[in-house]
Design a protein around this ligand. Sequence first.
Ligand code: XMP
Length: 507
Amino acid sequence: MVLDFGSQYAQLIARRVREQHVYCEIVRYDLPLDRIRERKPRGLILSGGPASVHESGAPRCVPELFQLGIPVLGICYGMQLACQSLGGQVQQAEAREYGHASCQTLRPDQLLQGLPNGFDVWMSHGDQVTEAGTQFLPLARTDTCPIAAVRHATLPVYGLQFHPEVTHTPLGSTILRNFVLDICGCTGSWRLGDFVTATVAGLRERIGSKRVICGLSGGVDSAVTAALLHEAIGDQLSCILVNNGLLRKGEQESITAEFSRHFCTDLHVVEAESRFLEVLAGVEDPQEKRRRIGHMFIECFQQEAQTITDAAYLAQGTLYPDVIESGAAPDGPAATIKLHHNVGGLPEQLGFELIEPLRDLFKDEVRRLGEELGLPPDLIWRHPFPGPGLAVRCLGEVTHERLEILREADAIVVQEIKGAGLYRQTSQAFAVLLPVRSVGVMGDSRTYDNAVAVRCVNTDDFMTADWSRLPYDLLARISTRIINEVQGVNRVTYDISSKPPSTIEWE
Ligand code: XMP
């Protein structure tokens, strides 16, 4: 169990633990002790966090937490809390330490088993433990941090000043593995295959002979949800795909091929482009676009759902990050930053009971599950796509003609990035049609045409992102192809803004 003290890495810690085939959940830092006991965790990890233990309003845990007999690993702020609670001293370091550091081990211990005497770590802290007190044994140090790792003399309490969960600490997973397997005694037997078996059996039992409706969006989450349900209940599954006219090129075709031919589901495609374009006519404001698209989607979905008789359940591809970030998990952390976009969805008044078979999984686990269920790689690795689709990438008014230009340009961006073998290394890559025209010269004539921006970002969690350093040659090919092949475009720019302060989408 990861107790989240407001760390930007809490989800990463949980994922790293799951990579050791150990099931792991994130909970609030102040989850009451009896709730913790009830859930019988094998171990607790206290995350880092932005606060200082000296601040009056800083998030804290009760000292009894360390007396439960359950192994505890405090990371960064978590270590400072543990040491402070058990007699150590925490002080502000002379300078905030951020970045690589070299760590030397001071004494052998289970936690650092298998690591060389010197290893690289990633630090990010202001305070540090300066005095371990009589009860803690320092296990490692760096030049600027005398106590970089500790263990308690008698209790199963450990601390790391650095971050083992980030890739910049290359041996961090060995440390986490030592903690969860050797110290906590977990068996490392949690497998996605078992998850499929258990989930499929659970779904069968819950659904019985009733019918389930699953909305397909073109994205991996809804596709895996549908594939999992298909495995569980076969032809009791009906899928609805609303073609809002705002999908990427070829998206509808590939979903239709997969779910009508391969999985043979009862697939309802609602052709609704004209209805969506009608409500979007003349609308330029991004939030207003989202609102109208959301309403129209519900209307179309509802109408189609009514034609499916005897349906009792509605399936949604909600993932674990959506659950914890929306505050929907009973003991989950109240997240500091919310990814509002992907939560919510269809209203309760549709009258169905909700089924969310992926709500315990992270995105990379959903992709692996998709592979196990036999979905094609192209679908599994597709970059995330916003619900309002191309409407928020078609700046200004959304019309069929402008969408066609955008779709073609976007397809070239994706095709070229795939061709360069960079698609999986980038998190999102797409084209944006700008609401400006500029002057150009093609052949002997002057043009006055549209400008397209290419956006390509790398990110772990979509809350922060950096623009991808694509090779110039690749950018050149993308630009040349768009200008030559997409009629109506005479200029291409590359977006070099990071998030924050920009966002990934332009609207
Ligand atoms: P921003 O633009 O906020 O995007 O940096 C972060 C992630 O969210 C996606 N996004 C959306 N997804 N509905 C969605 O389902 C939306 O209205 C929406 N807006 C942004 C975006 O593509 C990125 O992955």
